[in-house]
Ligand binder design. Structure first.
Ligand code: IPE
Ligand code: IPE
Ligand code: MG
Length: 247
């Protein structure tokens, strides 16, 4: 089925997920299959980012969260880390005008203070440039680890308590969620992980509590908008019970 036929099916089929999150995985294997260096797999993955952003705009998704670089990924070889940082900068250089034109608000979530030089400047620039857009929020998770995010939230709450701004018994789930990077986003409805891996790899541990999971065997550089639409169609067939009995 063509992308536009899939899109038509999504529209008649049911509710569009408000928030789609993607663990973009498999760039290294894509490169290895072609006897190419790993950074070329990452480079090839950039067009898949464009595909899922455009697909999300077409489908009417409100929030797209992309896991681009984990805190643990800093432990990869230096050449690979610097290739990824250059690609981040290049992606922003190339796409920021189009993102702005399409009404996309870009945010970078994670320990951004570890980003340096041109990558940091590009991140700050695109976030400032697109801050007022409302059609789609694009959350780029970079230098992100969910456990670190949870610890940070606990620390922020402790600071509020210590300063007398917050009573300990006022700490509830909403107060906790308000200290996460995702404070103003609904929880993801759908999580896609590419390349067949069946784990969360320290991504959004709090926010994914009731998210529907979709594991795609496709390696990230081969993932296009049709794959996104197929995942959304699959999601639309799920029965989300949230612990209750189906009505
Ligand atoms: C995902 O692809 C990109 C990042 C984690 C930055 P990988 O680089 O993890 O690719 P594989 O898993 O080795 O194939
Ligand atoms: C998760 O992929 C991180 C990103 C996609 C950015 P990894 O390839 O780093 O995860 P593991 O090592 O397979 O768990
Ligand atoms: Mg991987």
């Amino acid at each position: 089925m063509s992308p536009s036929q899939l899109l038509d099916r999504i529209r008649v089929h049911g509710a569009i997920p408000r928030h789609v999150a993607i663990i973009m995985d498999g760039n290294g294997r894509w490169a290895r299959e072609r006897m190419l260096p790993r950074p070329l797999g990452h480079r090839s993955g950039m067009k898949s980012v464009r595909e899922v952003v455009e697909g999300s705009l077409e489908a009417g998704v409100e929030v797209l969260s992309l896991f681009a670089f984990s805190q643990e990924n800093w432990q990869r070889p230096r050449v690979e880390v610097s290739a990824l940082m250059s690609l981040l900068e290049e992606y922003i250089q190339r796409e920021s005008d189009e993102l702005q034109a399409q009404g996309v608000r870009v945010r970078v979530l994670g320990d951004v203070d570890r980003l340096q030089g041109a990558a940091r400047a590009a991140v700050d620039r695109v976030c400032a440039q697109t801050a007022h857009n409302t059609r789609l929020t694009l959350n780029l998770f970079i230098s992100y680890g969910s456990r670190a995010e949870l610890v940070r939230a606990a620390r922020l709450l402790a600071e509020d308590v210590a300063a007398g701004r917050l009573a300990p018994d006022a700490i509830d789930e909403a107060a906790f969620a308000a200290k996460l990077f995702t404070a103003d986003c609904p929880d993801p409805d759908l999580l896609i992980r590419t390349s067949g891996e069946q784990r969360l790899s320290n991504f959004l541990l709090w926010q994914l509590a009731y998210t529907e999971l979709f594991i795609s065997p496709v390696l990230w550089p081969d993932f296009g908008r049709s794959n996104l639409f197929e995942a959304i169609l699959d999601y639309q067939n799920r029965d989300r019970r949230f612990g209750r009995v189906a009505v």
